[in-house]
Write a protein that binds this ligand. Structure first.
Ligand SMILES: [Fe+2]
Ligand SMILES: [Fe+2]
Length: 299
């Protein structure tokens, strides 16, 4: 369906919202993990390419503040959730995201030892999100979270289907992203189902998605990568830029590969589980099992 073809799902009523329980397909398991993060051989760990290395550092640096906002914006609606399954999923979603933030904080400290300044970036994101907290309605904050959750779920799908793209990562960093990807897919419909039950305005959702995917997300990563490389005093070469471009837009590149799933979100009747990648998660859970410590992050 086209984005210019609004359907009945653009309008909503309390009765239709109440009939939107959880449509999750996987159990959401907040696992504890252990990665040592002692295998980085320098700041440009990705095949010596500063642009690609800094881009993934920027991504990691954005998670603690970003995921904190995901949790807060969903929790704003906790009291309105009537579906007990969805209520339980919200708690597990929050536990998963909190543990992702913790692990990314640990690896970010390692990046800072290599000369990056992820702490400054984190402070910047925290200020921006504080402004959002003060000025945005709860509905708009949740809508933006739903959009970000879709993007992370699509990136997670790409990571699990193209692990070769992370072959140049140190093993600990690669496994961090793969574990994160598993859990992003497990909880990919939680924020969406809360939004459907408590807000339901698809038009607002599509507006926020356009802003997030066309401006906020690419700009933040680009600006953050530039900042990190400037702090390191590194002069980027054209060869590095070209390699980055190919890794994003080349054949099988991150952006090229994700376009289809990216666009699905704009369909009027979209639901995150329209795309069932539960089998992929089952497969990767077995591969990464040695890194799970056995106890749950639920407390
Ligand atoms: Fe996460
Ligand atoms: Fe998430």
């Amino acid at each position: 369906m086209s984005i210019n073809n609004p359907s009945l799902s653009d309008s909503f009523s309390p009765s239709s919202l109440a009939a939107s329980p959880s449509r999750s397909k996987l159990e959401i398991v907040p696992r504890r993990v252990r990665f040592e993060f002692d295998d980085f051989d320098g700041p440009f760990y990705y095949n010596g390419n500063s642009c690609i290395s800094a881009m993934w550092v920027a991504m990691s640096a954005s998670f603690p503040a970003g995921e904190g906002e995901f949790i807060k914006s969903v929790m704003l609606f906790e009291d309105q959730i009537t579906d007990p399954k969805l209520k339980a999923e919200v708690r597990d979603f929050a536990h998963q995201e909190a543990h992702h933030s913790l692990q990314h904080r640990l690896v970010n400290k390692e990046f800072d030892k290599l000369g990056y300044e992820t702490g400054k970036l984190n402070d910047f994101f925290k200020v921006k999100l504080k402004e959002r907290e003060q000025n945005w309605t709860p509905e708009k904050r949740l809508a933006r979270t739903v959009c970000a959750e879709h993007v992370t779920a699509v990136m997670a799908h790409h990571a699990l289907t193209h692990p070769e793209h992370m072959a140049n990562f140190p093993e600990s960093f690669r496994n961090l992203f793969l574990w994160h990807a598993i859990e992003e897919i497990e909880h990919k419909s939680v924020a969406f189902d809360v939004y459907q039950q408590c807000v339901g305005d698809r038009k607002l959702l599509r507006q926020q998605y356009k802003i997030f995917t066309r401006f906020e997300f690419p700009f933040n990563i680009w600006m953050s990568s530039r900042f990190l490389l400037k702090q390191l005093g590194h002069k980027v070469t054209w060869k590095e830029r070209k390699e980055l471009w190919n890794s994003l837009y080349g054949e099988g590149g991150l952006i090229s590969d994700m376009r289809g799933l990216y666009k699905q979100f704009m369909e009027n009747d979209f639901h995150p589980w329209d795309h069932d990648d539960s089998g992929l998660v089952d497969q990767w859970k077995q591969t990464l099992a040695p890194y799970f410590t056995g106890d749950s992050a639920r407390k």
